[in-house]
Design a protein around this ligand. Structure first.
Ligand SMILES: Nc1ncnc2c1ncn2[C@@H]1O[C@H](COP(=O)(O)OP(=O)(O)OP(=O)(O)O)[C@@H](O)[C@H]1O
Length: 221
């Protein structure tokens, strides 16, 4: 008998996923997989449903049809909480806490990767010296960098990144790409929405184009 090694399930498997508002379809039905070590670039025009898709995957909106399976398990709330880190348009940060207090608070909620401390993340995202700055005194780009620090600290393997490049300077854009590369190298996966042409990180990437009459997903390197 040949020795056939069992193959790992995709980190994310989506089948027949559809979402409608007021009976008007926003997207779907969609079928796609994302493997560990892979990025999925979600593209489409304004209003095509990119943010909605990420919010459905994160469990913030309920799908009308379809299944979401994470690492071989149905995506129940407790699994999503462990497995998914969602970076949305609005940073989930508290205006009257300092930058460091925000990270400590979020690590308390979501846990943190082994060996990583909130203090260390400031240097990684280029916010060194801002630990004690109140969140409301940070610029939009600095807030985005703080959200990236939270993402960096989170232990979740599946990153859902909605416009992660927005408000960032060129160095910040490179930072996102380096973070995604390192995360994928560590066996994670990332879904990214973006309008930026520069924004495909140099990693194994699939494309998902929403809002067009064509197959929903196509593989790409
Ligand atoms: N809270 C809401 N209530 C009602 N309709 C909404 C709401 N949010 C989004 N929509 C509608 O759902 C559709 C998809 O919006 P979504 O934000 O997912 O698009 P998107 O592809 O992310 O767009 P963009 O590129 O502009 O960010 C749009 O037609 C939008 O008008």
């Amino acid at each position: 008998m040949p020795d056939i090694a069992p193959t790992a399930p995709p980190l994310l498997a989506v089948r027949g996923l559809a979402f409608a508002r007021n009976e008007q379809p926003v997207f779907g039905p969609l079928d796609f997989d994302v493997d560990a070590g892979e990025a999925l670039l979600v593209q489409g025009d304004n209003g095509a449903g990119k943010t909605t898709l990420l919010r459905v995957l994160a469990g913030l909106l309920r799908a009308d049809a379809g299944t979401i399976v994470i690492d071989g398990q149905p995506a129940r709330a407790s699994l999503r909480a462990r497995a998914i880190s969602y970076l949305g348009h609005l940073p989930a940060l508290k205006a009257d806490l300092t930058a460091l207090e925000n990270l400590q608070f979020l690590c308390g909620l979501h846990g943190r990767r082994r060996g990583q401390r909130p203090d260390d993340a400031f240097g990684i995202v280029g916010l060194g010296g801002h630990q004690d700055t109140l969140l409301r005194q940070l610029s939009a780009g600095q807030k985005k960098r703080l959200s990236l620090a939270r993402l960096w600290l989170a232990p979740a393997p599946l990153w859902l990144l909605d416009e992660p490049y927005a408000n960032l300077d060129l160095e910040g854009i490179n930072l996102v790409n380096r973070m995604v590369q390192a995360h994928l190298r560590d066996g994670g996966a990332a879904l990214l929405t973006t309008h930026g042409a520069y924004a495909a990180p140099p990693v194994r990437t699939r494309m998902l184009v929403l809002g067009r009459a064509q197959p929903a997903s196509a593989g790409a390197e």
